[in-house]
Design a protein around this ligand. Structure first.
Ligand code: MG
Length: 157
């Protein structure tokens, strides 16, 4: 068994779509980044890469590489799931937290799980939680959104 932890945050700005867990969420701002800036996907990617001992998202998908510009993060996650399988591991459980003051994310959680499962990880082994930051810090002020994820992988061969 291997465990991994991931964290990510991105800045909220006007004029960008808000994509979380592969779902476009109606809001007047979106997250800015080289890809679609999906913090939840990025935290899950880092958790899995951590468990595999393969560094982090910046090492796998350098932001200097034009191939990843505005890339769908679920597609990046799918690439990491392929790396996981070729390393001989499967995901037993993924648990994630998205921390956003606004908008309200609870109604979108089942959609996020479905969307994340397009990467090849069954939604039955994904749990997602949404929290606010009680008005504190950069998340509380609405300057950005953060996410944490942990994963448990099992060697399959
Ligand atoms: Mg990121």
């Amino acid at each position: 068994m291997r465990i991994g932890i991931g964290y990510d945050s991105h800045r909220l700005v006007a004029g960008r779509r808000l994509i979380l867990g592969g779902v476009e969420i109606p809001f007047d701002k979106g997250l800015i980044g080289h890809s679609d800036a999906d913090v939840l996907c990025h935290a899950i990617i880092d958790a899995i890469l951590g468990a595999l001992g393969l560094g982090d998202i910046g090492k796998q998908f350098p932001d200097t590489d034009p191939q990843w510009k505005d890339a769908s993060s679920v597609r990046l996650l799918g690439h990491v799931v392929e790396l996981m399988r070729s390393s001989g591991y499967e995901a037993l459980w993924i648990d994630g937290i998205v921390i956003a003051e606004k908008p309200r994310l609870a109604p979108h959680i089942e959609d996020m799980k479905r969307s994340l499962s397009r990467s090849g990880i069954p939604s039955a082994v994904i749990n997602i939680k949404a929290k606010t930051n009680e008005g504190m810090g950069f998340v509380g002020k609405g300057e950005g959104i953060a996410a944490y994820a942990v994963c448990l992988l099992r060697k399959i061969e």
